[in-house]
Design a protein around this ligand. Structure first.
Ligand code: GLN
Length: 196
């Protein structure tokens, strides 16, 4: 008789400093083995399996990460191999360098990022992506989105629009230029939870 493997409960935090938080929580709660919490302070990271750095304004989020004493703790969290998902501004913050130097980055992934690469608000758009490791026809909503202009060897590039990389992973770190939480398709979120 085949024994069923019990689902391990995963506790995922969403950084709640600025930007889209409730949509991430709602999407996380659509996955059966997930507990979702918000993170504002370093001690909120204790016991988490993963952390989402949401979209918003990367300049504002970076400043608030510093003000709340979260810079070192998030870097340490990533170093321990815990999952990190950076969406849009969160992707910018996970990078090593951006084309705009006023943003202090977490430097979690070996990528160089073009902030607002697709333009400003008018350049917001929705499309569908086929992502080999996740699935086909995945809705992707872009809002003043960045893209990756250079990725180092340890980085696996997962999706492109024209020649621009819009999704990538490096071990436990996953980033995307778009907002998976604004669609009603939770496949990207499930992929992230599985990594945590
Ligand atoms: N353009 C924003 C930034 O670079 C990101 C926009 C978003 O997260 N939707 O901070």
């Amino acid at each position: 008789m085949q024994s069923l493997k019990p689902l391990r409960l995963k506790k995922i935090g969403v950084l709640n400093l600025q930007g889209a938080v409730s949509e991430h929580i709602t999407m996380l709660l659509s996955i059966e083995n997930v507990i979702a919490v918000t993170v504002k302070k370093p001690d909120h990271l204790a016991g988490l399996d993963g952390l989402i750095i949401p979209g918003g304004e990367s300049t504002a989020i970076s400043r608030l990460i510093k003000q709340n004493g979260l810079f070192g703790p998030i870097k340490e969290f990533a170093r321990q191999g815990k999952g990190i998902l950076g969406t849009c501004a969160g992707l910018v913050l996970c990078g090593m360098t951006t084309t705009h130097h006023e943003v202090e980055l977490l430097e979690l992934m070996d990528i160089t990022v073009e902030r607002n690469g697709f333009g400003r608000q008018v350049a917001s758009f929705e499309t569908f992506l086929d992502i080999a490791s996740i699935g086909k026809h995945i809705p992707a909503i872009f809002i003043r989105a960045p893209y990756i202009i250079h990725a180092g060897n340890p980085v696996k590039q997962l999706a492109f629009i024209d020649d621009h990389c819009v999704m990538a992973e490096q071990d436990n770190i996953l980033v995307c230029s778009f907002h998976p939480e604004l669609s009603n398709d939770n496949r990207v979120m499930k992929y992230f939870v599985d990594k945590c």
